[in-house]
Each structure stands twice: as C-alpha cells, then as structure tokens.
Ligand binder design. Sequence first.
Ligand SMILES: Cc1cc2nc3c(=O)[nH]c(=O)nc-3n(C[C@H](O)[C@H](O)[C@H](O)COP(=O)(O)O)c2cc1C
Length: 450
Amino acid sequence: MTSQQTEIEPAASEASTFSPRPGTAPGIAAGLAAPDITGQGQLVTSLKRSQQATPHRFRDLLALDDFERHARRRLPPMIFQYVAGAVETGTSLRRARAAYDDYALLPRMLRDVSGRDQSVQLFGRTYASPFGIPPLGGAAFIGYRADLVLAEAARQANIPMILSASSLIRLEDVHAQNRDAWFQAYLAGDQARIDRLVDRVAAAGYGTLVVTADTPMLGNREHNIRSGFSMPIRVTPKVAWQAATHPRWLLGVVAQTFLRHGAPHFENTEAERGPPMMSQQSVRNTVARDQLSWRHVQAIRQRWNGRLLIKGLLAPADAHMAREYGADGIILSNHGGRQLDHTVAPLHVLPEIAARKGAMKVIIDSGIRRGTDVIKAIALGADFVLVGRPLLYAAALGGVAGAQHAIRLLQQEIDRDLALIGARRITDLEPGMLRHVAQGGRQHAASEQE
Ligand SMILES: Cc1cc2nc3c(=O)[nH]c(=O)nc-3n(C[C@H](O)[C@H](O)[C@H](O)COP(=O)(O)O)c2cc1C
C-alpha cells in the first residue's frame, strides 16, 4: 500500500499527492524565475519566496476558511470588515453559502479513478483547475500590491484572475504581469464614457471583459460605517487607533505603498486615472451607474471584439437576455452578499439557467470554500467557479506564496474529492452524483428538483 492509499497518513503528506498535469501549470510544476518589477521590491521578494515549498508560517492554514481567522488578527477591524462584511442582515451571504449544504454527494465506487485530471477548457484555453479569482476592489489596500500578487499567483497556477474596476493598480501593469488576466468594469449608462474605457481595456491587450450588472447603486454596507471604513478613507481617531495597533498592515501595506508608489488612486474606473483614494474630493465616479441597461451591453458587444461576460445575474430571464445579447458567459453571483440582501442563492438558480445556456458559459461564485462546493456547482451545470475573499486574505497574509498556498489547498481538495466521488475528470461530474436534501431531510434527485 502506498502512502497515498493510507488513511492514517498525516494530512500534510496526503495533501502533497496532488500535482498539476505537466504542461497545464508550468509555474507550479517548474518554479518561477521572478520577474523584476521595477519599484516593487517586496513583490519580487514575495515571488522568490513563492518558489519554496509550503512555508512554515502557513502550517495551520489547512482550508480556505482558515485564512479568514488569520486575516482577522492581522488586519485593522475596518479593513477586515470591508472584506468579510455583507449588507444589512447578512442573509444573502448566509444563503449563498448554505445552498451548498442543501446538496449531499452520492459517490460511486470501484471506478478506477487513477490519473485524475481537474483541468478544464474555457474560452479556448485549458486552465489547470475549474476555479479562478473574481474581481476584488480595493485589494491593494488590503495586501501590498495585491492585484499584482493575485495576477502573478493566478499566472503561475494557470487559473484566471479578474482585475476589478475599483482597483488601485493600473490595468496596463496588471496585464503586463499576467497576459491572461480578465478585466471587470463598473459602468455608468453613458455610452461615450463606456466606449473610452472599452478602448483602453482593448489597447492594453485584455481578451476578456466582464461587465458587472448588480451595482446600479452600492449595497447598504452598514458594517463599513460601524467599523470606521469610509471612502474616501477619513483618518478619524478610531481609524488612527486601528492602524496604530496593526503595524504589519500600516507599515507593510500603507507605508510601503505611499513610499514606493505614492498615494493610491482608483486607476481603472474610467478611461482616465481617477482621484487619490484618500482625498476628500475623491468621489468615485459612480454617477449614472443606475442608468446602465441592455442597450449598453448591445453597444459594447458591437465595439468589443474579445470575450464578453456579464457578472451578477441571478434571474433565469436575465441569463437568457445575456445570451441573446451575445455574451460569451455569465457569472451567477450575489456579489458575495454585498449588494441586495435576501437574494436567492446563486446555486439555487444554477440548474435552471444551465439547462438553457446553449454555448454560453455559466460561471458561479459567492460562498464557495471547499472542493466539495466546486464539485456540487459543476455537477449542477456550472462550467467554472470563482472564489473571492479567501484568496484576498491569502494574498494579504502571504503575498504570492500565500495565494499559491490557498490555490493549492483547493486544488488538493478537488483532486481528493474527485477520487472519492468516483470521477476522473471534471466532465465526469453530473447531477446524478447529488441529492437535494432540503430542510426537513426530504431527498430528491437533483435533476428532478430544479
Ligand atoms: C473586498 C471585495 C471587493 C469586491 N469588489 C468587487 C468589484 O470590484 N467588482 C465586482 O464585480 N465584484 C466585487 N466583489 C465581489 C466578488 O467579485 C465576488 O462576487 C464575491 O467575492 C464572491 O463571493 P465570495 O467572496 O464568498 O467567494 C468584491 C468582493 C469583495 C469581498
């Protein structure tokens, strides 16, 4: 019996049994010659560190949820809450997560699951795993140069990463770090402004544009007010105290950023550079976002030659509209519970939407934390999934090495879960491997349920 087959083998060595197929993730397989990023010494150091095996300091980070516990200690409450928080009662956040508990797995046995392969085909590319990194606004204020960190970790792992419209690093710089990065836009219903931004994104070399549709207004983020977070950041006594008592964040993120790169600006909300995020006159250009409509999507489709995705849809009728308007994909999402409260869980509308998706790809996010979550989403018809907060915590805690560690943990879980459920490939997953176990314990075949 090999160590891979031994039930009592320590978790660490069992975990190390997954390695990406040669050729699918050259960064992980072969290590990385750290690119020299002028003026980003800390990122380069972080890249060098990432070539080593799992660092000792990550030894008790065994699952994606563990990153949140560590981040809570490392980050000032206002910064932690900005990431972790959800709107109003938190029902959207909880429901998105709880939906995964509504399905139980029905594994198949004795199927020879050796030679497992979790790579997937998406938009003409082979990715090493069925998950990627969604847009995470303000990331570089959570972890030092975090957009570049996530772009680099994704590049090495051969998974997609989506740069947020609300990022603090120029989209051109992120594309230089990772030529496969996707760009997400928050758009106002103003065609001239949209056209200029779309042209900038195209000129930078991006091949995939994601338009977020669920933000005509910002959600009611009371948690930010309670914790002291505001935009622009106002240095109140409460904020100053939080910063002073979290020196690793203050020195490692804020001081390093200001010293090396100057005051951070919203770089990518519009075609032109936005104002500094700390300035009192900094009001991000959210004007007229509530005027965005399908006619703008239609115009973007005509202007943009790359792949077009619409993010933040939940209604099957909207998914159908996206397909009609020529979207290459949609991202089913309730924004991680950060926009409208009390929405339906994305997972609960997935089967209905997947059944009518045609050639359009269906990606899902919000609340995905485990390999089993990924397997459930794919079995119910998703082509791909995104994992948000844990990857941002990982980048903040450990730079590229931290993000890589989180990516590897999820890859290892998926690999193990594929074996245990009786599947060799992602395409082997199907609804018959799930049972819907609604509250009250009634069981139905998932395919009959939805
Ligand atoms: C800190 C933070 C910032 C975010 N910024 C954006 C953004 O700029 N654009 C966007 O479309 N979604 C944004 N989202 C939503 C994510 O893209 C994604 O839908 C969500 O985080 C997925 O849920 P999860 O964090 O539970 O995995 C943000 C989420 C977080 C946590």
